[in-house]
Design a protein around this ligand. Structure first.
Ligand code: SAH
Length: 360
């Protein structure tokens, strides 16, 4: 698909054309990843963060956040709950927290791998290549690291103190692949300063990166951030993307068509914007994964990347509710790890073709 065609889709409001897009995306989803919806238990292991991202509520200057860091045993307990609730994967996410040491993470991975059959996904931000390699050796399966935008100038504006235009994140995505991780990335839809051209380029970048997982959620303003307060004006002269449900669904559908074998969640941000039908719309327009929040209640409200994130529903109830909603769509809940078919197909290829994809 070419840039101009993607742009046209992103800009259309014609119901007949949109219904065609939803149908194409849903057909590709069914053909390439099937009807199963995989549940990934999300555990937000630390909200301590060294960054000052202009959109994120966990940014360093936000003194209103009560900072926490879970211990390895606390995290392992959550992983056990994930397995009991029928998740095939546990996702460990955190701010950019050097205090979450390589050894702590390794200990956590080892304990989860020893005592469960779960796949382990890490989402711990930009860490050193030797740490990523260590965690892979200890059994980590996947890594999520959104590149946030492919527009280098916008990347620097959104990330105070950064001047690399996002090159370090892009390089880490390559490094993760070489280490044999399943690699996930993504962007927010409608972050201030993002133009329709930018979002179209982001979507094409997913394809170039040959991603195994793609995270796409709407930008949600946080009042304790420069962007949420309107202190930063990035929008001048830009054909700004709207951070709404419809645009997020268009981006999801296009991501499915560009990367048909990737695992793509109906994100919590989408469900936060549209609690009644966000998950359903995502699942019917390209998505095949949901990430229920299993962070202990005492920490969850402190992981407020954006307002309303996580809610306060108890995990077991959340999962029962999700199962009912998935069944109502005539879909099934995935069993097993739910590896990305994209990643799996590369494992079977001639290793000389793609040496970076060989199993460690
Ligand atoms: N520190 C890790 C995890 C960040 S939280 C990392 O840097 O990878 C996961 C994602 O939440 C981010 O990548 C970002 O895309 C998203 N996010 C942050 N603030 C947001 C907001 N205000 N609205 C919507 N999504 C947001």
């Amino acid at each position: 698909m070419m840039h101009e065609k993607i742009k046209t889709w992103l800009q259309t409001s014609d119901p007949a054309r949109l219904s065609d897009l939803w149908q194409q995306a849903d057909a590709a989803r069914q053909a390439c990843v099937g009807d199963a919806v995989h549940l990934r238990g999300l555990v937000e292991v630390s909200n301590t963060c060294a960054c000052a991202c202009a959109y994120c509520g966990l940014r360093v200057p936000n003194r209103r956040v009560k900072r926490y860091r879970m211990t390895p045993p606390e995290t392992v307990t959550c992983a056990h709950q994930a397995e009991q609730l029928g998740c095939g994967t546990v996702v460990l996410q955190a701010g950019e927290d050097a205090g979450l040491t390589a050894e702590d993470v390794a200990e956590t991975i080892r304990a989860i791998k020893r005592t469960t059959r779960l796949a382990v996904t890490l989402s711990l931000g930009e860490r050193r290549a030797d740490e990523l390699a260590y965690w892979r050796r200890e059994g980590a399966d996947r890594y999520l690291l959104r590149f946030e935008t492919s527009n280098a100038g916008l990347f620097n504006l959104l990330h105070p103190g950064r001047s690399d235009g996002g090159a370090a994140r892009q390089a880490l995505l390559e490094a993760l692949r070489e280490l044999g991780y399943e690699v996930g990335s993504g962007v927010m839809v409608g972050v201030p300063g993002q133009s329709v051209d930018d979002l179209a380029r982001d979507l094409l970048r997913f394809q170039e990166l040959d991603l195994d997982m793609i995270g796409l959620g709407p930008y949600i303003a946080h009042p304790d951030t420069p962007l949420g307060r309107g202190d930063l004006t990035l929008m001048r002269g830009v054909q700004q993307v709207t951070p709404d449900v419809l645009t997020t669904c268009k981006a999801l559908a296009l991501a499915r068509l560009l990367c048909p074998q990737a695992n793509i969640p109906a994100t919590t941000a989408l469900a936060t914007l549209d609690p009644a039908t966000g998950y359903e719309l995502g699942l019917q327009r390209g998505a095949n994964v949901i990430m229920p929040n299993l962070t202990p209640a005492r920490y969850r409200r402190s992981y407020n990347v954006y307002p309303g994130k996580g809610g306060d529903a108890e995990p077991a109830r959340t999962v029962v509710d999700l199962r009912r909603r998935i069944a109502a769509l005539d879909r099934t809940v995935g069993t097993g790890r739910g590896d990305s078919p994209n990643w799996r197909s590369h494992q079977l290829e001639d290793p000389n073709d793609r040496p970076e994809r060989r199993l460690a």
